[in-house]
Design a protein around this ligand. Sequence first.
Ligand code: C5P
Length: 193
Amino acid sequence: MIFTVAIDGPAAAGKGTISRAVAAHFGFAHLDTGALYRAVGVKGGDPVAAAQTLTPEDLARDDLRTLEAGQAASRVAVIPEVRAALFDFQRRFARAEGGAVLDGRDIGTVICPEAEVKLYVTASPEVRAHRRWLELGGDAAEVLAQVKDRDARDMGRADAPLRPAADAVEIDTSELSIEEAVARAIEVVRARL
Ligand code: C5P
């Protein structure tokens, strides 16, 4: 069976948690596409060359989840050649036999516009910054500024900007528990299977 669940949305909206839970529930493979951009961002050197030569070791680095890696990722993600270098891998993953969940910014709009299910997972900037702060600590005002900065760059870039696909189902997690958000996502997928 070929079945793609595309989950897009801004930083810290709950995409990762929802994606992992949906993949585990239905036995689908899961790809966190943000990790690809984070790995390119922290690798250093020429980002296009880094994207073209990305290895499993690059994706296993333990510094990929930091705020700095997130900022570095969103800076290399504006480069069309970087996005192009990562396209085929994501595309093959999305349409591989067995079902796949991909989370990112452009899965439903660019990587897999024909995805069987598209979710747009969002929450207010304040709620998202608070979640990131609980996870990573640091200065709360600085975390909020970084979240807003990354939103602006991801939504404002010319190539594959973050936006909901026309046929995406929106889940606003601002006032949902993790369990409620996951249950809603599973329900949407189940209805399309
Ligand atoms: O989802 P995550 O916070 O790990 O993504 C890091 C950055 O990578 C995002 O802010 C965005 O700039 C970029 N990204 C992207 N397209 C994707 C996934 C991530 O441009 N599909």
